[in-house]
Design a protein around this ligand. Structure first.
Ligand SMILES: [Zn+2]
Length: 253
């Protein structure tokens, strides 16, 4: 019931909502929880493009980091968890709009055996039938101008202070990705992405290992943690455009 009411409110307000000026980074995961079609994302971007300018993720990051004054709504994209449809469905749609995205991946999900993957899908990200991208697909995305970032080695909540575990999750994942794409890995999105999903020690270590760190929270502010973390707003490609518009209409500071 509460969900239906929320949807009605979003439909109503979203129909009249206008995206606010500023840089919006939208973070999604898949075309749908089950078997999504790329067409839904194509349609969503076609509608969004009428109200916002779609930009590359590096441009969005640079504008935020340099605190640039932005007088129009700008939208860039990232995707977490590295599902296969990022390569087969999502990236081609982004490319047809002449933009890219940052894809945040977990190396152990890609290299894991079926028991590891089942646990990852069922107990951690709650999308039972997905598959990870292969390293070949990830290498291709990199060559086509997308950004490949780390989402930690495993999809774990980085609340611990143990330097051995944190080094594995933060440094090792970066090293694996860099060896696979043969380029620096400078972007890190910590798993779960909430304001309370990262310990101070993990943040300090992440800042040493990566140039840019991303949450999926506190979207009203461009940055959090004293400027150390860039905030993203959750969305999914299959959401109605009215809902996305409503979220984009929130004034940012
Ligand atoms: Zn995730």
């Amino acid at each position: 019931m509460r969900k239906t009411l929320r949807k009605l409110v979003l439909d109503l307000f979203g129909t009249f909502a206008k995206p606010a000026r500023g840089v919006h980074i939208l973070n999604g995961h898949y075309l749908s929880r089950t078997n999504g079609q790329a067409g839904v994302f194509q349609a969503q971007l076609s509608s969004l493009q009428k109200m916002c300018r779609l930009i590359r993720i590096e441009e969005a990051v640079s504008l935020i980091v340099n605190q640039a004054k932005v007088n129009e709504p700008l939208v860039a994209f990232t995707f977490d968890d590295g599902f296969e449809e990022c390569a087969t469905g999502i990236a081609p749609v982004l490319e047809s709009f002449n933009i890219n995205a940052a894809f945040f991946i977990n190396p152990n999900f890609i290299d894991g055996d079926s028991a590891y993957r089942d646990d990852f899908l069922t107990n951690i990200v709650d999308t039972p039938i997905k598959r990870p991208m292969t390293w070949e697909q990830i290498g291709e995305l990199h060559k086509r101008g997308h950004v490949i970032g780390s989402h930690a080695l495993d999809h774990v909540r980085l609340l611990m202070d143990d330097p051995a575990i944190l080094n594995l999750q933060l440094q090792k994942s970066r090293q694996i990705i860099e060896a696979k794409i043969n380029a620096p890995c400078e972007y890190f999105a910590y798993p779960f992405g909430g304001m309370h999903d990262l310990s101070d020690t993990a943040l300090a270590l992440a800042r040493k290992q990566y140039k840019y760190i991303f949450s999926q929270s506190d979207h009203r502010h461009n940055v959090s943690f004293g400027g150390a973390v860039i905030n993203r707003r959750h969305f999914e490609p299959y959401w109605p455009v009215s809902h996305v518009n409503y979220f984009l209409s929130v004034k940012k500071s």
